[in-house]
Design a protein around this ligand. Sequence first.
Ligand code: PAF
Length: 297
Amino acid sequence: MTTLAFAQTSALQTVRTVDDLRAQVAAWRQKGETVALVPTMGALHDGHLALVRRARELASRVVASVFVNPTQFAPHEDFDRYPRDEAGDAAKLVSAGCNLLYAPTVREMYPEGFATSMAVGGPAEGLCGTFRPQMFGGVALVVTKLFLQALPDVAVFGEKDYQQLMVIRRFTRDLDIPVRVEGLPTVREADGLALSSRNAYLSADERARAPELNRALVEAATALSAGVDAGAILEAAKARITAAGFGTIDYVELRDAETLEPVRRVERPARLLAAAWMGKARLIDNVPVAVGPVPAE
Ligand code: PAF
């Protein structure tokens, strides 16, 4: 067996190269183990740790990747100031039962001469795909690489990034990548704010106002369940978000829960998705919209 050049970080085995990752996964496979992958960009919070705990239920070994992926950020976005804390991440991953941290360098993922990109359509269209046109091609590229590098049985992603989850499901299916993509419901603070690494950008005052995004979505989702036209309800949700002190609202939209095609009224499971700026933080959130009870005749 290949000798693994790994470092111990807080007792978590850490590999930085594709070769070392593959060698460890191959060693597990030889023993009949199954493997789950949890891709992250680090700055881990309880939402990520819930993904790791779910991964533990789905496979006997769990790999978490920590890689702030430059190809999914536009030049004006927060790649440089995105929070990074590998030692802290490793300690949290150990506590959640992760077996291996894969933390490649940018050069390892995108070596000199790298010349490949991915174009994704379908669920990538509109929503964040409009406001962050760089994002889903970059996500597709890095997640495809991670899948092919680790070849896990299953990979776990959060529904907090619902559009991302649908995009990953779609290209994994379209490209016949033999990895099961599992989604996990959003983990929230007690006041409803979705956990996000970018919440670190909020001031105390902004943090106090931020949960209103979720409250507006929950209220709107309840109204939309009745199957009424979405127009006025979405406008009321935007007004509530603005009144809470949010700046630019990128979108508040009702979409089909699976295809993410725009929906005017709820006749099958739908999703209400929003992105809005609070200070320097672009917050995203989404909630399910169930089809309401059919009134008795
Ligand atoms: O959701 C994230 O943290 C990232 O977009 C992902 C999926 C790890 C790809 O870089």
